[in-house]
Every structure is written in structure tokens, then in C-alpha cells.
Write a protein that binds this ligand. Structure first.
Ligand code: HEC
Length: 135
């Protein structure tokens, strides 16, 4: 009987994690990006441009594979939707005011505000392509 209860407990914890992940992955955030289609293969030339942009604009607060002033970007596509990521890059101020996940992060990262660097949609898309290489 105890064993059965234990097994049920593990199953329910497993489901909870799954639904939590589904919640994070289904959120698209707030901002201009409604729908992003990712091709099966990473576009290397876009990813290279994205890497350059990231190194120019983002590394004052982000180390790619370590938590710093802001979070590491490793595995970001496993925890956020592509739309959410691009909206965070293009529209961080409104995201940090209105999006529940961004607000959670703001608390976690000591109320350090990511600011808007006025990137073009295309540039944010290139950075997203670069992030696909990190998983
Ligand atoms: C002034 C520091 C700063 C700069 C510059 C900055 N960020 Fe951030 N970023 C943060 C912080 C801090 C967070 C966590 C949320 C918060 O507190 O604002 C964050 C969160 C994020 C997130 C969400 C991470 C997650 O785990 O969900 C992404 C994606 C992101 N940043 C991408 C970028 C990109 C791309 C750039 C460059 C174009 C950039 N950031 C520039 C500070 C910064």
C-alpha cells in the first residue's frame, strides 16, 4: 500500500512539473511578436549575426552560460517560447510591468531592470537563432 502511495506521489509530481513547463512554454509575453516559426535547422548565418549582436549589446548584464546580473541563456528555448524571448528583447519595460514570468524574474534578479535597446525585429530574431545553438 505504501509503495502504491509513493508511486502515485511520484506520478503526481511528474505531472505537476509537466504542466508548469507547459505554462511557461505557452506564454507569448506582451509586445509586437505574435507568432514565430522556427525552421528545423538552425540558420547559421543568422545565428552568427545574433552572436555578434549579443556580444555587443547584452554582455554587460548577461554571461551566456552563467547567471550574472541577468540569467544565463543556456536552455532558454526549453523554458520560454520563441515569441516570449523576442518580446523580452524588444519590449522589456512593458514585459517587466505586465508579464507574470518577467515579473517573477525581476524579483529573482534583485529588481535589476533590463532596458530597451531599440533593436529591430530582425535583430531580435537573429539573437533568438543564436540562442538555438546553446541547447
Ligand atoms: C542592464 C542589464 C541588461 C542588459 C543590457 C540586457 N539584459 Fe536581459 N535581462 C537582464 C535582467 C536583470 C533580466 C531578468 C529580468 C529583470 O530583472 O529585468 C534579464 C532577462 C532576460 C531574458 C529572459 C531570461 C529568462 O531566463 O527568461 C532574456 C531572453 C534576455 N534578458 C535577453 C537579453 C538580450 C538578448 C540582451 C541584449 C540585446 C539583454 N538581455 C540585455 C538584464 C539585462
Amino acid at each position: 500500500m505504501k509503495k502504491v502511495l509513493l508511486i502515485l506521489l511520484f506520478i503526481s509530481i511528474g505531472c505537476q512539473n509537466k504542466s508548469e513547463k507547459a505554462y511557461y512554454m505557452s506564454s507569448k509575453g506582451v509586445g509586437p511578436i505574435i507568432n514565430v516559426t522556427l525552421e528545423d535547422k538552425v540558420n547559421i548565418s543568422m545565428a552568427n549575426s545574433g552572436e555578434k549582436l549579443f556580444n555587443q549589446l547584452c554582455t554587460s548584464c548577461h554571461i551566456i552560460n552563467e547567471d550574472y546580473i541577468g540569467p544565463s541563456m543556456v536552455g532558454i528555448l526549453d523554458r520560454r517560447s520563441p515569441e516570449w524571448i523576442m518580446n523580452m528583447i524588444l519590449n522589456p519595460i512593458q514585459m517587466l510591468e505586465e508579464d507574470p514570468i518577467a515579473i517573477e524574474l525581476l524579483k529573482e534578479y534583485n529588481f535589476e531592470y533590463m532596458y530597451n535597446q531599440n533593436l529591430l525585429e530582425e535583430e531580435a530574431r537573429e539573437i533568438l537563432e543564436y540562442f538555438r545553438l546553446l541547447d
